[in-house]
Design a protein around this ligand. Structure first.
Ligand SMILES: Nc1ncnc2c1ncn2[C@@H]1O[C@H](COP(=O)(O)OP(=O)(O)O)[C@@H](O)[C@H]1O
Ligand SMILES: [Mg+2]
Length: 377
C-alpha cells in the first residue's frame, strides 16, 4: 500500500521488493524467450509481487501481458472471461472489455471504437465471445493469446496466479484442454504461480498429469539476511530512527527472513516507536513489535492449522516439532504414519528437513505462535 513505511498485505512495488533482482532478470529473460515457468511456494512469500514486476518490465519492452488471478473465479465461464479480458486489455486499455461491450456502452461516444479495437479478433476466432456456451467460450479464451500476439506481431506473456485453482473452478479435465492449446502457441509464454505446492508439483511434475514438462519449475530463492539488513536500516533511517546491526539480526532471527513476516514485524516495531515517541530502536521494541505481529498473524496461522485439521496426527507432529521434540521417538504412533504427517507438512511448505530426523519451521513466527498456544491443546 502506498505511503506505508513497510508495505504489507498485497503485492509490493519495485522499490520494496527486496533481493529479487537476479531472479527477476532470469524470469524476464526466460519468458521473453518464450519459455514457460512454474513457481510454487506458500502464501505471503512474494510470488505475486515477483509476477507483477516481471510483467511491468516485459510491457516496457513492448510485449503484451495478461494477469489472471484464479482466486477470483468460481466457474468455467468466469475463468474464460477473465482470460479474454486480460488479453483484450492490451488493445482496449480497460480491464473489463466484455462487460463494457455488453452493457451497451456502444452507444456512448468512443465505445464504438472499443468494438473496432477487438472486432478483428472476434472474426479471426469465429463467433463473438458473448454468443458461446461455457466450453466454447473457454476454447475462445485459450486460443486468444496466440491469435492476438500473431495479429499484432508481438510476444505475449500470461501469468496464471493460484493456478491450482483451475481444478476447483473448472475440473481436472480443463487442465488437459488448456495444455492442448498452450503447447501449440509460439508467441505466448506462461508463468504459473501456485500456493498449494503439493498440487502444483503434481500438475507439473507427474508424468500422468496434463502439464507434465510444459513449464520449467524454478525454486523461489529466499531473501538474504544481508539484503534485508540493508533495506531495514535504510527504511528506519528515512524516519530518522537509529537501529544497530545487532537489533537487525534480532529481527531477522525472529522472522527467519520470511518476506511478509519480516515486513510485518518491522511495521509493528515502527508503529510502537511512533506511539512511544522514540527514535532509538531497542531490543524492548523488537519484543513489543513481535508480540503485536504474532497477534496480527493469528488468523493466518489458524487458517494454516485448520487446513491440517482433518488428521490430528499431522497437528500433533507439528506441535511436537515446535516444542523441540524428536518426533519419531517422542510420539507413540506408527513411524509410517508419522512419516506421512511429516511429508504433508513439507509439501504444504510449513517445515523443511534440516538434517537426519530434524526439521525446521519455514516461518519461525508460526513456531512461536504454536508455542504460545501450546497449553491450549
Ligand atoms: N521481495 C520482497 N521483499 C520484501 N517484502 C516482500 C517481498 N515479497 C513479499 N513481500 C511481503 O510479503 C507480502 C505478500 O507478498 P505477495 O507478493 O502477495 O506474496 P504471495 O503472492 O506469495 O502470497 C507483501 O505485501 C510484502 O509485505
Ligand atoms: Mg499471491
Amino acid at each position: 500500500m502506498p505511503g506505508k513505511l513497510f508495505p504489507l498485505g498485497g503485492p509490493v512495488s519495485e522499490h520494496d521488493i527486496v533481493d529479487r533482482e537476479d531472479f527477476l532478470i532470469s524470469l524476464e529473460t526466460r519468458l521473453s524467450e518464450g519459455q514457460s515457468i512454474m513457481l510454487a511456494g506458500p502464501r505471503r512469500i512474494g510470488k505475486t509481487s515477483i509476477a507483477l514486476e516481471v510483467l511491468r518490465r516485459i510491457r516496457t519492452k513492448g510485449c503484451y501481458t495478461a494477469l489472471i488471478d484464479l482466486f477470483r473465479y468460481n466457474s468455467k465461464k468466469e475463468l474464460a472471461l477473465g482470460i479474454i479480458n486480460a488479453c483484450y486489455e492490451n488493445r482496449s486499455g480497460i480491464k473489463k472489455t466484455t462487460t463494457a461491450l455488453k452493457d451497451g456502452l456502444k452507444k456512448i461516444t468512443g465505445s464504438a471504437k472499443l468494438t473496432a479495437k477487438i472486432q478483428d479478433l472476434e472474426i479471426a476466432l469465429g463467433l463473438p465471445a458473448e454468443n458461446r456456451n461455457d466450453d466454447e467460450l473457454l476454447t475462445y479464451a485459450l486460443k486468444l493469446p496466440e491469435v492476438l500476439a500473431q495479429t499484432d506481431n508481438r510476444q505475449i506473456v500470461l501469468v496464471f496466479d493460484e493456478f491450482q485453482e483451475v481444478i476447483r473452478i473448472a475440473g481436472e479435465e480443463t487442465l488437459k484442454v488448456m495444455r492442448s492449446y498452450f503447447q501449440t502457441q509460439e508467441n505466448a509464454a506462461y508463468l504459473f504461480l501456485g500456493s498449494k505446492e503439493g498440487m502444483m508439483n503434481t500438475i507439473f511434475g507427474d508424468k500422468r498429469q496434463a502439464f507434465y514438462r510444459f513449464a520449467t519449475i524454478l525454486p523461489i530463492p529466499a531473501v538474504s539476511e544481508a539484503a534485508w539488513g540493508t533495506y531495514i536500516s535504510k527504511k528506519f533511517a528515512e524516519k530518522k530512527i537509529t537501529i544497530s546491526h545487532q537489533t537487525v539480526t534480532e529481527i531477522l532471527s525472529r522472522t527467519g527472513g520470511h518476506p511478509q513476516d519480516t515486513m510485518l514485524l518491522c511495521s509493528e516495531i515502527y508503529y510502537a516507536l511512533l506511539e512511544a515517541g522514540e527514535d532509538k530502536l531497542t531490543f524492548a521494541f523488537v519484543q513489543l513489535g513481535h508480540a503485536r505481529a504474532l497477534a496480527t498473524l493469528s488468523p493466518v496461522f489458524d487458517e494454516i492449522l485448520d487446513e491440517l485439521g482433518k488428521t490430528a496426527l499431522t497437528r500433533n507432529v507439528l506441535m511436537g516439532l515446535a516444542a523441540g521434540k524428536r518426533i519419531y521417538s517422542g510420539l507413540s504412533n506408527n513411524p509410517n504414519e508419522i512419516k506421512r504427517a511429516v511429508d504433508t507438512l513439507i509439501s504444504k511448505g510449513i517445515i523443511e528437513k534440516s538434517g537426519r530426523g530434524t526439521y525446521h519451521f519455514i516461518e519461525p513466527m508460526l513456531k512461536d505462535y504454536l508455542l504460545e498456544t501450546l497449553e491450549v491443546y
